[in-house]
Design a protein around this ligand. Sequence first.
Ligand SMILES: Cc1cc2nc3c(=O)[nH]c(=O)nc-3n(C[C@H](O)[C@H](O)[C@H](O)COP(=O)(O)O)c2cc1C
Length: 138
Amino acid sequence: MFHLVYVSSAVKPFSKSDLLTLLVKSRENNTKQGVSGMLLYKDGNFMQLLEGEETVVRNLFEVITQDSRHRGAIVLLEEQISEPSFRDWSMGFRDLADENLNAVAGYTRIMNSPLNASNLKSNRDACLDLLYFFSKSR
Ligand SMILES: Cc1cc2nc3c(=O)[nH]c(=O)nc-3n(C[C@H](O)[C@H](O)[C@H](O)COP(=O)(O)O)c2cc1C
């Protein structure tokens, strides 16, 4: 088992319906491939965790990076894992624009800074905590 987290930037902002289209397709494909994960979207930036069999995850990531709807994908972490943490989600999703950021104790600092590599690369645990938090809450 393997997981990979990256950030990227939308070429133009995704509407709610653009996001829904992306999610429906992703969930359909991921279910077939035994991939699970979590996608966060905030102000035109994505953070996504993909987990599953290593070759499958790497191949999927390759497909995703070729997608012309976003650019500038930067891998924040890639490592072997003993078990998936998001197995209930073929692709969990949260649009952080919908969140009351101040209600999320401890995460405000990360959330109020752009989801970019320089802010997050140094902070692997905070990044994983953020993804786990949004997969569990609500
Ligand atoms: C930010 C982002 C995340 C994506 N995540 C996934 C994903 O988890 N699974 C997936 O199959 N496709 C994902 N895609 C879509 C792929 O890039 C690609 O469009 C899709 O896999 C093509 O599927 P198809 O060959 O069945 O049409 C994502 C695209 C973007 C822009």
